[in-house]
Design a protein around this ligand. Structure first.
Ligand SMILES: O=P(O)(O)O[C@H]1O[C@H](CO)[C@@H](O)[C@H]1O
Ligand SMILES: O=c1cc[nH]c(=O)[nH]1
Length: 318
C-alpha cells in the first residue's frame, strides 16, 4: 500500500498484479486467519470449529448473493427444480444460517444462495464471512454472482443489465474504504468472460426483454444518492437531477444500485470470478417512484435468477 499523505492510500501496481483470478483452492489474503484456534462466522452462525464446514460446503462451485431473504429462498427453491436436486419427500430447503437473523443462507447442490441486505456495509460483512466459509471448507474454483434489482437509465423497465464495470456516485471505478485512518481505494473490476458468457445465454426475442452489458453506478443511498426528487430531503430541482442523470447515462452507465462496487472490488481483491446481474425496475430518466404491480415485479426479479441458473446449468452440463 502506498500512502502519498497520511489519510489516503492507493494500491501499488505490484499489489494489483496479485489480483488475478485464482485457479484451485480459495485462498484468503489475510495471514492471521489460519493461525486462529477458531473462526466464528458470527452473522451466519457458523464456525470452523463447531461445524464441519468441509463436509457441509466443500463441493460449492457457485455463490449467488441477493438483497432480500425471500428472493434468495425462492432462488434456492428454483435451483432445486433446475438442477434436479433430490430432497427427501416432505422436506424443504433449509436456512443454514438460522442461528442468526441477519442473513439467510441455503445450499442447493454446488450452489449457495445467500442474502446480503441493502447497501455496501451489509454486503461487505456477508462477503467476508462467505469468503472465509468457502476457504475453510476447502472449496476451489468458485464463481460469485450478485442477482439483484436496480434503476435503469434509458432502458425499458424489466431489462436486465450485466455489469461491465461498477463505478461510485462520482463515476470512479473503485471503492473507497476507510481503514486505519486512511482512505484505501479498491478497484472494482469484474470478470469480462463471465459477463460475456452470461449475455450469450440471453435471447431478447425469445425472452421478450433485453439483456445487455453496461456500466453500473453504485451509490450509498437510494434517494439523494441516486438523484431522486421523492426523498424526505432534497436540495436540488428537476433540471439538476436530469443534468446529472443524463451525464451519467452519456458515460455508459445503464443502471444504478447499491452494492456492485463492493461486490466487484472484493471479488477482484479475492481473485474470485464475479458477475453482477440486475433487472431494472424503472427508467430513472422518466421517474423516481416504483409503482409496478407486485406480480409483475416478481416476474422481473426472476429474470437475473433465470440467467444465472442457465449459466450454472451450462457449467454443470445439465
Ligand atoms: O438488488 P437488490 O437486492 O434488490 O438491491 C437493490 O435494491 C435496494 C434498494 O431498493 C438496494 O439494495 C439496491 O442495490
Ligand atoms: O431505483 C432503484 C431501484 C432498485 N434499486 C436501486 O438501488 N435503485
Amino acid at each position: 500500500m502506498s500512502s502519498g499523505n497520511s489519510f489516503h492510500a492507493v494500491k501499488t501496481e505490484e499489489e494489483l498484479s496479485l489480483y488475478i483470478p485464482q485457479e484451485g483452492l480459495v485462498q484468503l489474503r489475510n495471514p492471521h486467519i489460519n493461525g486462529m484456534d477458531e473462526d466464528v462466522l458470527y452473522h451466519i452462525a457458523l464456525s470452523n470449529k463447531s461445524n464441519n464446514l468441509t463436509e457441509m460446503f466443500q463441493d460449492v462451485k457457485f455463490v449467488c448473493f441477493g438483497g432480500s431473504p425471500t428472493r434468495m429462498h425462492k432462488f434456492a427453491e428454483y435451483l432445486v427444480e433446475e438442477l434436479q436436486i433430490k430432497i427427501p419427500a416432505g422436506l424443504k430447503v433449509t436456512n443454514i444460517a438460522h442461528g442468526s437473523d441477519r442473513y439467510v443462507l441455503y445450499k442447493v447442490g454446488p450452489v449457495i444462495s445467500v442474502s446480503h441486505g441493502m447497501g455496501i456495509p451489509s454486503l461487505s460483512i456477508i462477503f467476508h464471512e462467505i469468503l472465509k466459509l468457502i476457504h475453510h471448507a476447502g472449496c476451489s474454483d468458485v464463481i460469485f454472482f450478485r442477482i439483484g434489482t436496480s434503476g435503469g437509465l434509458g432502458l425499458e423497465p424489466g431489462s436486465v443489465v450485466i455489469t461491465e464495470e461498477s463505478v461510485d456516485g462520482l463515476l470512479r471505478p473503485y471503492m473507497e474504504l476507510s481503514t486505519l485512518g486512511m482512505i484505501l481505494q479498491h478497484p472494482s473490476k469484474l470478470d469480462q468472460d463471465v459477463a460475456r458468457d452470461l449475455v450469450s445465454l440471453a435471447n431478447s426475442e425469445e425472452d421478450g426483454y433485453v439483456t445487455i452489458i453496461g456500466k453500473t453506478m453504485c451509490t450509498l443511498d437510494f434517494y439523494e444518492g441516486q438523484a431522486r426528487l421523492d426523498g424526505a430531503f432534497c436540495d436540488y430541482n428537476e433540471a439538476d437531477k436530469m443534468a446529472y442523470l443524463s451525464r451519467v447515462h452519456k458515460r455508459g452507465i445503464r443502471n444504478i444500485e447499491m452494492e456492485s462496487l463492493c461486490f466487484a472490488a472484493y471479488c477482484y481483491r479475492a481473485g474470485i470470478r464475479g458477475a453482477v446481474v440486475c433487472v431494472t425496475l424503472l427508467d430513472r430518466l422518466k421517474g423516481d417512484q416504483i409503482t409496478t404491480p407486485h406480480d409483475i415485479m416478481e416476474e422481473w426479479q426472476s429474470r437475473p435468477q433465470k440467467l444465472v441458473a442457465a449459466y450454472i446449468k451450462r457449467k454443470l452440463n445439465i
